[in-house]
Design a protein around this ligand. Structure first.
Ligand code: PCA
Length: 212
């Protein structure tokens, strides 16, 4: 039996809800194994989120870490391929911190690739009729920070698969005119993504690159 750590985020930027945190709670409530699932909803704060993540990893020693967050405006569930060693916040985080041009980890490599099978996840979600696409940038805010630090801890430990999935606005929560998906669909997508990450080690050789 493997242990999976699945995280979402609390609301930020003046929003009332964050679909990633809500969907993670739904996945946890419906989970029936066979693998052991640990979930948490992280603060949208650079320091507090990284401390919380570190604590979760040290406590539970997960085999798979899948962190998730909101990418408002995207129309699909998007596994991220790359975490970069850069914190460059356009808005203050929920603790008021706004790092500019700072490394996530001093002396760390410029970037890490996701080690969950991102293309297989996109294919599995698409097969189930859930809008999904590969993304090559998790941004430079708290989501990328958490993804980078999870990958950094995993690189030191070895043998841990790490990924990050951004989700769209949930239906009824999106600002006027923004793309949205039903929250149940987002939760179903995250459950499916996690199961693929748990059960598939080699990624699928599928088209998923972008021209720009
Ligand atoms: N989205 C933000 C931070 C928390 C969240 O859900 C991001 O993409 O960095």
């Amino acid at each position: 039996m493997q242990t999976a750590l699945l995280t979402g985020f609390e609301p930020f930027g003046g929003d009332r809800l964050n679909p990633s945190g809500e969907a993670v709670r739904m996945v946890a409530a419906a989970w029936e194994g066979p693998d052991h699932l640990v979930t948490d909803v992280l603060p949208v704060a650079f320091d507090a989120a990284s401390q919380r993540l570190r604590h979760l990893i040290d406590t539970h020693q997960p085999d798979v870490i899948l962190a998730t967050g909101l990418a408002g405006g995207r129309s699909a569930i998007t596994p991220e391929r790359l975490a970069i060693n850069l914190a460059d916040a356009r808005i203050p985080d929920n603790a008021g911190a706004q790092p500019l041009d700072s490394p996530c980890a001093v002396g760390g490599p410029a970037a890490y690739f996701a080690t969950v099978p991102v293309k297989a996840i996109v294919a599995a979600l698409t097969d189930e009729g859930i809008p999904a696409a590969l993304s090559h940038s998790a941004g430079t805010f708290v989501c990328n920070h958490v993804f980078y630090l999870a990958a950094h801890h995993a690189a030191a430990r070895g043998d841990v698969r790490v990924g990050f999935v951004h989700v769209p606005w949930a239906r009824g929560q999106a600002p006027q005119g923004e793309s949205e998906l039903p929250l149940t669909e987002i939760a179903r997508g995250l459950d499916r993504a996690l199961r693929v990450a748990l059960n598939t080690t080699a990624d699928a050789a599928l088209i998923g690159g972008s021209l720009h």
